[in-house]
Design a protein around this ligand. Sequence first.
Ligand code: RIB
Length: 311
Amino acid sequence: MKKRILVVSSANMDFVLNVSRIPEPGETILESGDYRLIPGGKGANSAIAVERLGGDCVFCAKLGRDANGEALRKLYEAEGINLSALRSTDEAPTGLASIIVERDGCNRINVFPGANNYLNADDAEEALLCYPDALFMHFEIPDEAVLTAAHFAAKKGIPIVIDAGPAKPDFPFDKLPPLEIFSPNESETEIYTGINPSGADNALRAAVALQKIVKSHYYIIKLGDKGALVYDGKYYSIASSYDVKAVDTTAAGDSFTAALTLEYLRSGNIMRSIRYANAVGAYVVSKRGASTSIPNEKQLSDFIKSRGIEL
Ligand code: RIB
């Protein structure tokens, strides 16, 4: 039986600009690269990853009633995602992200949340009626939706995973019930704890500091090309990443945490799940775009075999 993951999170259309470099103030650069509209949004990227990797995803998000919203809904439908909790609003346009990708694959993202800001507590509570095996969220939606979904899940004993992006240092962490997994990336970790998690010692110090901010069974810090650190309040371990040529890091974190959650539900083995998620992350950074770079099961297993990766 497939594991059901309820993703309560964001949906955006990404306006992606591949640039040679960031202009200086007042400078104009004539580019030879391209620009594209690519479906994205942290929540949608994770939802697509869950579904493509063999999970059963129920996606709770809010779209605008506009052309981008329509295009996104069609894409999710084609992916086979359960859309019973996907809502639309007339109040705002579909979320839009402006993503600048430089030649080394690094990205800079500005998100205009639009309809995502209208996802509310009722939407989140209704979505939980699908009885998922886990609840998965980011901070790209209103705090009240995150808190309501979390409390509803906690009451029913459903494990909660929070991918802590984008960084929201003023989020009322003390109002969250205990989580199963809390997973920020490097820059989010630094914003939450004031510690730059570069190097194993600093990453561990940051994980210990996270423990004082939010209660969770596991803290998993995504360390980019250095892999990921897991800390359970007592022991820690680092799983190295796999070497690939990075062309675009967009959606790597979203699909890492989605893959981690899915494999953790399937295997119950946290280290295996992190290695699996590292493989997904490596695959994603080697391709361009958000949803366009996420592998399906066959693509991932070919990648794992070709790299000799042992899970
Ligand atoms: O994490 C990448 C995502 O962040 C993009 O797809 C963009 O939409 C923003 O939500």
